[in-house]
Design a protein around this ligand. Structure first.
Ligand SMILES: [Zn+2]
Length: 56
């Protein structure tokens, strides 16, 4: 689970996507296809992404 800093929405990531995002300089692609830029300060999630909860 990764919270997007812009929207406050928590997305799900596969292990593979997480590793790729780390290499890409903290730019992740969530299960639903959304780009996620994690908040530097740990912020609580406002919403959970429904597309991710369904499994993409
Ligand atoms: Zn999502």
């Amino acid at each position: 689970m990764l919270v997007d800093g812009l929207t406050g929405i928590a997305h799900c990531l596969t292990v593979k996507a997480f590793a790729a995002g780390r290499r890409a300089g903290d730019c992740y692609v969530a299960l639903c296809g959304a780009r996620v830029l994690p908040e530097r300060l740990t912020a609580p999630a406002r919403y959970h992404c429904r597309a991710c909860e369904r499994g993409g």
